[in-house]
Write a protein that binds this ligand. Structure first.
Ligand SMILES: *Cc1c(COP(=O)(O)O)cnc(C)c1O
Length: 355
């Protein structure tokens, strides 16, 4: 149990209009911070007014990118209750990220307690308009002032919160995806399976290229042969081909999404065959589109929940998936997950944690 000190703001901000929140534009009145000092461990957990950080310019995070992050949401139910979706999974994943980046780990219970503490203090920032939520961004940065390359001996673990709008203002719109065959997101032995800012820095060039060509997201291929599909931007990617649902295995280069694991579990409950062990080549996807067996493609992630893919561009050919309409499996997953998250469906799996 953390002994969290709470200092409330004396100057609460004006709350933004719940119908025009967008994503990542607004921040609540408070933030959580906890320090790590070598020899002392994690200490001084506190909720304080939202404020800028004061860091030495030599802080190691600026130079060698020793940084981890997570993403989860707090949802308001129709009864006014606030709840989280599987926050222990975010805590466990952050531990794996920290291990890979030589950052000391944070106990799962402490991570969840910290999230709950911030959400409790900022509870009136959890919006209630349909589809809105309070997006939570836990992250850890290396703060030791030192220019030699080595693991830092000081860190800060911080959580900020951002009220966010409905991801799909006009319903679930299929997105257009560009299959990247030049840049690589992740390679075996690298950091593709953990959540760190460096992965995103390296993905911007591909993303910029896709945007310039009129596509909203990049589908990354494996880093060795540029042959097998891996994931889309900040989402895992599923393909329904000839009745079977396929997604890339999490064997080191794919981020193990919590939405991904939840979708796999639901799909199996519903009787679908889900293959998340065999790699799927982009060639197979293109052939399935040609011979009419490509039924649905969708991305999964905390921000969008489930995102239907309507068009896919690969090496000069653009295919259309399911008439550029949302498929029945995609829709059912969306309805079920959002129903559990916002409390309109019963939480039969024990995925929800109330505040
Ligand atoms: C966060 C993330 C996902 C989705 O994970 P969820 O836990 O479902 O939100 C997928 N891919 C990448 C690269 C990510 O960073």
């Amino acid at each position: 149990m953390l002994d969290i000190t709470i200092t409330r703001t004396t100057a609460p901000k004006q709350k933004p209009d719940e119908n025009h929140l967008g994503f990542g534009h607004f921040y609540t009145d408070h933030m959580f911070i906890m320090d790590y000092t070598a020899g002392q461990g994690w200490h001084s957990p506190r909720v304080v007014p939202y404020q800028p950080l004061l860091l030495d310019p030599a802080a190691m995070v600026f130079h060698y990118a020793q940084e981890s992050f997570e993403g989860l949401k707090a949802y308001r139910t129709a009864e006014g209750q606030v709840q989280l979706f599987r926050p222990n999974k975010n805590a466990e994943r952050m531990q794996k990220t920290h291990e890979r980046l030589c950052i000391p780990t944070i106990p799962v219970e402490d991570f969840v307690q910290a999230v709950k503490a911030l959400v409790s203090v900022d509870a009136d920032w959890v919006p209630s308009a349909p589809g809105t939520s309070l997006y939570l961004r836990p992250f850890t940065i290396a703060t030791e002032a030192h220019l030699g390359v080595k693991p830092s001996d000081a860190y800060q673990f911080i959580i900020i919160a951002s009220p966010s709008g409905a991801y799909y203002a006009e319903g679930l719109n299929p997105v257009k995806i560009y299959v990247e065959d030049e840049y690589v997101r992740a390679a075996p032995g690298g950091t593709g399976a953990i959540k760190c800012g460096g992965n995103y820095a390296a993905s911007l060039a591909g993303q910029t290229k896709a945007h310039a060509m009129g596509y909203s997201q990049v589908l990354w291929l494996d880093g060795i042969e540029r042959k097998y599909v891996e994931e889309v931007g900040s989402m895992n990617c599923f393909f329904k081909i000839n009745g079977v649902i396929r997604t890339a295995p999490c064997s080191g280069t794919v981020l193990p999404g919590i939405t991904r694991m939840s979708c796999i579990e639901l799909l199996r409950d519903w009787g679908y065959t889900v293959d998340c062990e065999t790699r799927l080549s982009i060639q197979e996807v293109m052939e399935a589109a040609q011979n009419g067996t490509l039924e649905e493609i969708f991305g999964t992630g905390t921000a969008a929940v489930v995102s239907p893919v309507g068009k896919l561009y690969y090496e000069g050919t653009e295919i259309t998936v399911g008439n550029n309409e949302i498929g029945p499996v995609t829709q059912r997953l969306y309805d079920t997950l959002t129903g559990i998250q916002w409390g309109t469906l019963p939480d039969e799996k024990g995925w929800v944690v109330t505040i």
